[in-house]
Design a protein around this ligand. Structure first.
Ligand code: NAD
Length: 496
């Protein structure tokens, strides 16, 4: 059976650990290959390779770094179909969605090509007589990236191109459930001219993650995954003196006001609820319908759901399988809970007809109405193709509900009332807001991140926050000496 190796110092690396984990093809339901699980020593080898590559890379001119990022962008764009096939084979998402993921990752690579402009400092002349002050931004050193299963290409791309452009050396620890995309991208970056050791990939589980968190030569950790792990990463990394950004889970609400165009709202709810089988941190998982629209809206959504096709992502289907059998069973367990908790299962995705092998990890799109807000169907992040409906009496009740959630990743409002939309944008306690846009993932030159339990740390991913995270500032106060600067004065320096 194939084995996915680490990628260290520009070459495939087996390491000393003999532990491995299975990697499934979720549409077939069988193990397709194994992935190595690094030991502490293996992680140490990757960090050492990055540390060795860092000084020369940090000294490489902005023009040369920029040219290599450009090359990577061109290669990735030219060969994205290959990468999309890897994503579909290991994650299960349909090919068109895999290409969409890569397109959003490419945006960040394009942003990173602007690195000469992004790291420009500030300059103030003559702040005191004959004294100038200016700032520079320098790379951190070795930076760690730990990514989740649901975006095996895009989430690593949120971080490593910008980190590298800024002059850092990187160790990526991708999800062990779909590890091949990161290795493929690292090989491609080498082809683009990146020196060996600047980008390394180690595979693994908690052992590898803890080794990165505790390694004294790792300056920062960028993490994306579930909330409990994000909190652990933030606390452990910070305790070890690292800069940490840890993006967590979500429960995204879409508020539909009575004046909204219900056909557009229904289209949006279906696209954002069931795309990528609901395994997106920006998926809409709760529809908050302001009465009297709920019945009409639910009818329109159910009608659209009846046309969705589920199957092997290589075929022309709308939705693929879930990532593992255990995850599928967990998600489908919430449909049982919904019935027990008094909700109404309007569309039940269990036992759906699929265009794929019987053993795939299938669950069809599911719609549940009148979900009590005390039910775990409402409170838990389900991370599957399950859309809950909560009916409310007013805009105020809807916003209050959203603001009571422990999560604050994304939200959307559907309305034709500009005043209501503006009020929502100001009142809602969520980091990313869509106004008639259901999955408001910011473009690469803004930054991505939520509030509350959806992000630990003060820095979001990519955009200006990303540049800030992967660099540190120096402020220089400078004068060129002349005799008038002499003399003894023990007072605190004042500007004159
Ligand atoms: P996960 O938390 O299980 O895993 C994320 C990473 O942490 C993986 O690399 C994994 O190997 C590692 N990990 C798992 N258990 C660990 C442990 N006990 N100790 C240390 N490391 C551990 O998340 P997942 O299931 O891969 O991804 C889905 C989750 O990610 C969802 O909660 C989703 O909302 C979230 N997510 C959030 C965003 C965002 O931007 N906020 C984006 C994508 C996914």
């Amino acid at each position: 059976m194939d084995i996915v190796n680490h990628w260290i110092a520009g070459a495939s690396f087996e390491g000393e650990s003999t532990r491995t984990a299975p990697v499934y093809n979720p549409a077939i339901g069988r193990v397709a290959r194994e992935v190595r699980l690094a030991s502490v020593t293996d992680v140490g080898t990757a960090v050492a390779a990055a540390k060795a590559a860092f000084p020369d890379w940090a000294e490489t001119s902005l023009a040369k770094r920029q040219a290599i990022i450009f090359n990577f962008r061109e290669l990735l764009n030219a060969r994205k179909q290959e990468l999309a096939e890897i994503l579909t084979a290991e994650h299960g998402k349909v090919l068109s969605d895999a290409l969409g993921e890569i397109a959003r990752g490419l945006e960040v690579v394009e942003f990173a090509t602007g690195i000469p402009h992004l790291v420009k400092g500030e300059y103030s002349e003559n702040v005191s007589t004959g004294v100038d002050v200016y700032s520079t931004r320098e790379p951190l050193g070795v930076v760690g990236v730990i990514s989740p299963f649901n975006f095996p290409a895009m989430v690593p791309l949120w971080f490593f191109p910008l980190a590298i452009a800024a002059g850092n050396a990187v160790v990526v620890k991708p999800s062990e459930k779909d590890p091949s995309a990161s290795v493929w991208m690292a090989e491609l970056f080498k082809e683009a001219g990146l020196p060996d050791g600047v980008l390394n990939v180690v595979h693994g589980d908690k052992v590898a993650v803890d080794a990165l968190l505790e390694h004294p030569d790792v300056a920062s950790i960028s993490f994306v995954g579930s909330t409990p792990i994000a909190k652990y990463i933030y606390e452990t990394g910070s305790r070890h003196g690292k800069r940490v950004q840890a993006l967590g889970g979500a429960k995204n609400h879409m508020l539909v006001l009575p004046d909204a165009d219900l056909d557009l709202a229904a289209d949006a709810a279906v696209n954002a609820g069931f795309g990528s089988a609901g395994e997106r941190c920006m998926a809409i998982s709760v529809l908050v319908a302001v009465e009297p629209v709920a019945d009409d809206l639910i009818a329109k959504i159910a009608e659209r759901m009846s046309g969705l096709t589920v199957g092997d992502g290589r075929r022309n289907c709308d939705m693929g399988p879930l990532i593992t059998r255990e995850h599928r069973d967990k998600v489908s367990g919430y449909i049982d809970v919904a019935a027990v908790d008094g909700a109404t299962v309007v569309v039940d995705g269990r036992g759906i007809q699929v265009d794929g092998e019987a053993d795939g990890f299938w669950l069809g799109p599911t719609l549940i109405d009148r979900v009590p807000v005390t039910s775990t169907v409402y409170t838990d992040e389900i991370f599957g193709p399950v859309l809950s409906v909560v009916r409310v009496g007013s805009y105020e009740d809807g916003v209050a509900l959203i603001n009571r959630s422990r999560y604050g990743n994304g939200t959307a409002i559907f309305t034709n009332d500009g005043g209501a939309a503006r009020r929502f944008q100001r009142e809602v306690q969520v980091g990313m807001i869509g106004i008639n846009v259901p999955i408001p993932v910011p473009i690469a030159y803004y930054s991505f991140g939520g509030w509350k339990d959806s992000l630990f740390g003060d820095t979001k991913a990519y955009g200006p926050d990303g540049v800030h995270f992967f660099t540190r500032q120096k402020a220089v106060t400078r004068r060129w000496l002349d005799p008038s600067h002499g003399g003894i004065n023990l007072g605190f320096p004042e500007n004159r």
